[in-house]
Design a protein around this ligand. Structure first.
Ligand SMILES: Cc1ncc(COP(=O)(O)O)c(C=O)c1O
Length: 377
């Protein structure tokens, strides 16, 4: 079925096609000058010292855990209301995830008070996810991290160019991680970026993303090196120049795309705030944000009713999603047996409405009217 209003629309044009064609014609398609250009552009736009391109955000998070020297026996505090990658990365390095609750329907990010309750002598780091692109309570989180000497990894997949008190998300903790998956604000199909202000971490990230090799094939092809050593056990987490050339075009359009999303959200809020029995999370946010997705949370109903509402929106030609099925309820994490009341409420009552720059006022009004009819008759 094709939806009258899809959840997301790819912001691709001739520029991306042209960029890929040029890269293919250059005859260098793996990691090389386009990845480097993308990294420099990212450093400039995100006001950060180092950007390291990687194959996806899952690998960026895995690398971030290695850079923060997280390992067997360590505990890492993380949300459950997130995508699996934000938690799986903790398991990749042999450490234990410790699930922490969110503040609630109005603020979908980690609750600093619950973070502090969950700290033990084994806690090594906190993984923060900025849900939908809205900043977590970073002042409180950074001061907890300082007090207990913890590292902070920002999973900023949802928030490219989102700000917290004038700082870009991903630049506040020790390491920031971004995804270029198709439905993200910057799309390349698959792809990602790790950012940091720490030179040692950046150098180590560059080594580990390519098998720990001390030189890259592009340097050897250009005659700048003839061999290499392997100093560390690394991985193949490299991006390639084809996708980097798409990402460069996407970055050029990013600010304009995000400005349009701000207007889309404003219209949504005007319409949705008139509807009873729903909450618009982060409605009081005054910061510039990416508006990666448009979550709402239903009130005074059951989870089954939320599913019925989604089914009716589907019948009306409106695609929706849910962010997220809580991680601590998945089979592989069930043994954690933790109670997270706010997360559990949101996971059962959230609906993600369509969000993209090209969404028109008529589309938004239709979505809001349909929702109001379903919820309030
Ligand atoms: C919050 C969050 N973290 C991590 C990821 C993983 O990103 P990738 O698909 O690039 O590995 C995603 C992607 O959906 C995400 O939404």
């Amino acid at each position: 079925m094709s939806y009258k209003i899809p959840l997301f629309q790819l912001n691709f044009g001739e520029e991306e096609i042209q960029a890929v064609t040029e890269t293919i014609r250059s005859k260098w398609i793996s990691i090389g000058p386009k990845c480097e250009e993308l990294e420099h552009l990212f450093e400039e736009m995100f006001h950060v010292n180092y950007a390291v391109s990687v194959s996806n955000c899952t690998d960026a998070l895995h690398l971030a855990c290695l850079l923060c020297e997280i390992g067997v026996g360590d505990e890492v505090i993380c949300p459950s209301l997130t995508f699996a990658a934000s938690v799986n990365c903790i398991r990749y390095v042999g450490a234990t995830p410790v699930f922490c609750d969110i503040i609630g329907s109005e603020h979908l990010n980690l609750d600093p008070e619950d973070i502090e309750r969950k700290i033990t002598s084994k806690t090594k780091a906190i993984i923060v996810v900025h849900m939908a692109g809205f900043p977590a309570k970073m002042d409180e989180i950074m001061s907890i991290a300082k007090k207990y000497e913890l590292k902070v990894i920002e999973d900023s997949c949802h928030g490219p160019l989102s700000e917290y008190k004038g700082k870009k998300l991903g630049t506040i903790g020790d390491v920031g991680c971004f995804s270029f998956f198709s439905n993200k604000n910057i799309s390349t199909g698959e792809g990602g970026m790790l950012i940091t202000n720490n030179e040692e971490m950046a150098n180590r990230a560059k080594l580990l993303r390519s098998h720990g090799m001390t030189t890259m094939s592009y340097q050897r092809a250009k005659g700048h090196a003839t061999s290499y050593d392997i100093e560390n056990l690394g991985y193949n987490f490299r991006m390639d120049d084809i996708r980097a050339s798409i990402a460069i075009e996407q970055l050029k359009k990013l600010q304009v795309d995000l400005d349009k999303r701000v207007a889309v959200r404003k219209r949504y809020i005007e319409k949705l705030q008139q509807i009873k029995n729903l909450v618009v999370p982060h409605a009081d946010n005054q910061e510039f944000v990416s508006n990666y997705i448009m979550p709402i949370v239903l009130e005074n109903c059951t989870s089954d009713y939320r599913d019925e509402v989604r089914a009716k929106l589907h019948e009306a030609g409106i695609q929706t999603s849910m962010h997220y099925p809580a991680i601590h309820r998945f089979s592989i994490y069930k043994e954690h047996n933790v109670s997270l009341p706010q997360t559990e409420y949101v996971t059962g009552h959230e609906i993600t409405l369509p969000m993209y720059a090209a969404l028109t006022n008529e589309d938004i009004d239709f979505i809001a009217e349909t929702l109001n009819k379903i919820l309030n008759g």
